[in-house]
Ligand binder design. Structure first.
Ligand code: SAM
Length: 304
């Protein structure tokens, strides 16, 4: 690391009770600029960085996957607390920042790739072969906003069983959607998925002023504690999620119509109406009023 880069990285100012630094200073010392297309809004506040790592409950037995390390500021804190950190970054222009940072540690590596293309189970198993003491796996990320939902769904749908927790910073309104329950304004298909796989909560909000470039909206950190044994288990989760998809695709319609209109389900209106009746629900109920437990029961009834 050049002297200029080292100086930029270590220059911090007290700002109220917060410890601020300048990502622009770090970027300038490497001749970099933030790429909007990759959602590069960098944190400028060490207090927030540490709070995120605290919220993720990272400890020495943990293997942490960080998505989008950016300038590596959170990566450094993660490496101080975790057993091992694998940081997955799409932007190879950040190599001069991230490679020396990880090389200086015995417990951190950077993987330059699109997280959506990484073979996550293989990455975890390769690391654990060399470090069998890593008892838990956690994901910690200040997610790029342009691809938040696909990344969260990829971790949940394809890999939930591998993780103990997923801790994400996302836009505040996305955080509300993730943790929302039936009849909440923000309740949607992703809320059902989150409730199926995890016990989710919003840890704290982060004002837009804590990022550079400054985004238009505030953010929030959510913690998804992944269930080892799910409280709700339909016979066929794939079928349940097809119902969920159909229900929320036409969320203003009655559930009976939304489900019988979805050709890919192959359900008659009578069959759906009878399932809804057997659940003891109002025949005019909308999908947005059903909890994950009710979707599971309905799926079991309709998927005989
Ligand atoms: N962790 C840093 C921080 O908190 O300051 C940067 C967070 S910034 C919001 C998102 C980061 O994700 C950027 O570094 C961006 O290059 C990276 N990124 C964007 N799309 C990605 C993808 N598909 N796979 C991996 N990283 C990605």
């Amino acid at each position: 690391m050049s002297k200029q880069a080292e100086k930029a990285r270590s220059e911090r100012i007290e700002y109220g009770s917060h410890e601020r630094f300048s990502p622009y200073g770090i970027m300038a010392s490497y001749g970099l600029s933030a790429k909007k297309s990759l959602g590069q809004n960098f944190l400028n506040d060490m207090t927030v960085v540490r709070k995120i790592v605290d919220a993720a409950n990272v400890g020495p037995e943990d293997l942490v996957l960080e998505v989008g390390p950016g300038l590596g500021v959170m990566t450094e804190v993660l490496a101080e607390r975790a057993g091992y950190v694998a940081a997955i970054e799409i932007d190879r222009d950040l190599a001069p920042v991230l490679e020396p940072l990880c090389a200086a540690k015995t417990n951190a590596e950077v993987v330059f790739d699109d997280v959506m293309r990484v073979n996550i189970p293989r990455l975890i198993s390769d690391i654990r072969t060399l470090r069998p003491e890593l008892a838990r796996v956690r994901v910690v990320a200040n997610l790029p906003y342009y691809i938040t939902t696909p990344i969260i769904m990829m971790f949940l749908e394809q890999n939930a069983g591998l993780f103990d927790s997923l801790t994400f910073m996302v836009q505040k309104e996305v955080a509300e959607r993730l943790v929302s329950g039936p009849d909440g304004d923000a309740y949607g298909a992703i809320s059902v998925a989150v409730a199926y796989y995890s016990n989710a909560s919003i840890c704290f909000t982060v004002p837009a002023s804590c990022f550079v470039p400054r985004p238009k909206v505030d953010s929030a950190v959510v913690n998804l504690a992944i269930y080892k044994e799910r409280p709700v288990e339909p016979r066929n989760a794939g079928h349940m999620f097809k119902l969920v998809k159909a229900a929320f695709a036409q969320r203003r319609k009655m559930l009976v119509n939304a489900l019988s209109n979805a050709a890919y389900l192959g359900l008659s209106k009578d069959a759906v109406a009878s399932g809804i009746a057997k659940l003891g629900l109002d025949p005019k109920v909308r999908g947005e009023a059903l909890s994950v437990a009710e979707f599971a029961k309905l799926s079991d009834m309709l998927n005989n």
